[in-house]
Design a protein around this ligand. Structure first.
Ligand code: NDP
Length: 494
């Protein structure tokens, strides 16, 4: 596995030189799009007219820097990752980590279910507690009729593509108890918990699950999960349409024929906890490739494992660990036209729901990545793995209508939705690997400060053409990047 030769030293070039290289490397992406953009490089901000068509009360647009994450080889395929983000060090760190990971052949990535299944939830209220189980049985017994109704009336075009409503599950939600991952597992909600459950059950720390907290005296109710295969879409709108469309039929089924029940459909909307669209990515790097001046590779690997364990042990650390992951996932999601709020919501919720597998039951919120060392001596490898739900789409939403999203997707190799989820998972893993490696060795500031210094210099009024010089001066002569140091640079240089 190798990155393209042009990736080496890309960061040292000017913006114009980088654009020229991309145009040369991807003529099929850029030639038609440059033409469509009237000769301009086609990663352009939206026009005000386009923006006005997208949101209410539009008064303008804002920009973000767009860069490319390099050195990614995913399932053997070299991949350029467009990233849009305002934080200075994100793209550099991801590219740097991906380069180290190349030493082990790059990333392996997969998705949990090739059908891209989303959950549409319908809440069924106003049933007496003893009627919940019979109502759930009636709904489950009518699966085939529900499927036919949905696929002929509410998502016919999705069904024609091979998607549509695939199955129905029913859960009881009891407001007096916090839902545990065990409940979800028992309801068959998330098959992926099975392996974790087995791992966790073997861990002595998990033998005593604490009593569940009492929250509120309200009575239990049913929640129907309509599992909708959304093909290449993110799927929010089709799920909402199916949920709203089937709600009256679900009310009738829940009521049964006795005539004494009046169940009511409450909320009808997709769940962003997209546990049937889990993306997984992993790498294996020979520990020898991790060696640094003063630390051998095994020591570095052990420090990385130790740093990641902190996130398993402590939610305060886990929040920051996962924020670093989402630096990469979010930046790529934004550049590739995805609903990054949906991605964020799903990823963090997944970390909180998997508490049964937590090393310390009750600590709840878990990191998205795991690291461990396999083998020994010169054959030892550092393994890294990420798993998170990624409901992303390559059709619908804004991806086909906005030129810069279209270009970014083409640059990323025109992925399918599943492949797009692989890309985001790999960027998240690379970002995290970069962070835990830096944190467990030299600390985060060294890498950050060089880029941060550029922002400080701009803010202090250093002219654009002298920003690089000012940033270097502040670090070597100014005691670090501060506004005072930038002003001292300006004064010293006249
Ligand atoms: P769309 O509503 O745009 O639906 C997908 C569109 O793509 C449909 O028009 C579909 O056509 C078309 N399409 C063409 N080819 C395919 C294909 N191969 N596979 C799938 N669809 C295809 O987008 P989504 O339903 O994906 O919803 C995403 C949007 O919803 C985002 O903008 C998101 O921000 C927003 N949203 C998110 C919510 C949340 O996350 N909680 C809530 C509500 C909205 P056809 O109609 O013929 O099937």
């Amino acid at each position: 596995a190798a990155a393209p030769a042009w990736a080496s030293g890309f960061y040292k070039l000017s913006v114009a030189e980088r654009r020229a290289i991309l145009q040369q490397a991807f003529p099929e992406v850029f030639e038609p799009e440059i033409q469509a953009a009237g000769g301009e490089f086609p990663l352009l901000p939206l026009s005000t007219d386009q923006a006005d068509n997208m949101v209410e009360n539009c008064v303008g647009t804002m920009g973000l820097p767009v860069g490319v994450g390099l050195n990614f080889v995913i399932n053997g395929r070299p991949t350029v990752v467009p990233m849009a983000v305002e934080e200075p060090s994100v793209i550099a760190a991801a590219s740097n980590a991906a380069k180290t990971i190349l030493a082990g052949g790059g990333f392996a990535a997969s998705t949990s279910d090739p059908r891209n299944v989303m959950i549409a939830q319908v809440q069924i209220l106003d049933l007496p507690e003893e009627q919940l189980a019979p109502a759930a049985e009636r709904i489950l017994a009518a699966q085939e009729a529900l499927r036919q109704e949905a696929n002929s009336r509410f998502c016919a075009s999705m069904a024609k593509r091979g998607g549509g409503l695939v199955s129905v599950t029913v859960r009881t939600v009891d407001p007096a108890r916090l839902a545990s991952a065990q409940d979800l597992f028992d309801a068959g909600v998330c098959p992926s918990f099975e392996a974790r459950h087995a791992r966790a059950a073997a861990d002595p720390a998990n033998q005593d699950t604490p009593a569940l907290e009492v929250r509120s005296p309200r009575t239990p109710y049913l929640v129907v999960h309509l599992l909708v295969a959304v093909c290449e879409a993110m799927g929010a709108n089709v799920c909402n349409t199916v949920a709203e469309g089937l709600a009256p039929m679900l009310e009738r089924l829940a009521a049964g024929d006795a005539g004494d029940l009046a169940p009511r459909a409450g909320l009808r909307i997709l769940s962003n906890l997209a546990i049937h669209r889990l993306a997984r990515a992993s790498f294996r790097v020979p520990v020898a490739a991790l060696a640094r001046p003063g630390s051998d590779g095994l020591q570095v690997a052990q420090r990385i494992v130790e740093a990641a364990a902190f996130a398993h042990d402590d939610p305060f650390r886990a929040a920051t660990h996962n924020k670093g992951i989402m630096n990469g996932v979010g930046a790529a999601a934004v550049a590739l036209g995805q609903d990054w709020r949906a991605v964020e919501a799903g990823a963090h919720a997944f970390c909180a729901v998997d508490q049964y597998a937590a090393k310390r039951p009750g600590s709840g919120y878990q990191p998205m990545t795991q690291y461990w060392v396999e083998g020994a001596g010169p054959d030892a490898v550092l393994r890294g793995e990420i798993e998170l739900p990624l409901a992303v789409g390559t059709k619908g939403g804004a991806v086909t209508t906005v030129q810069s999203y279209r270009v970014a997707l083409a640059l990323a190799g025109s992925p399918t939705s599943a492949e797009l989820s692989h890309i985001l998972a790999c960027v998240g893993l690379a970002q995290n690997f970069a962070a835990v490696r830096a944190l467990s060795l030299e600390g985060i500031n060294r890498g950050h400060m060089a880029l941060h210094a550029r922002n400080i210099a701009v803010a202090a009024g250093v002219p654009t053409e002298r920003v690089t010089e000012a940033a270097a001066w502040m670090i070597t002569h100014g005691g670090g990047p501060t506004t005072d140091a930038a002003k001292a640079f300006l004064a010293a240089q006249g």
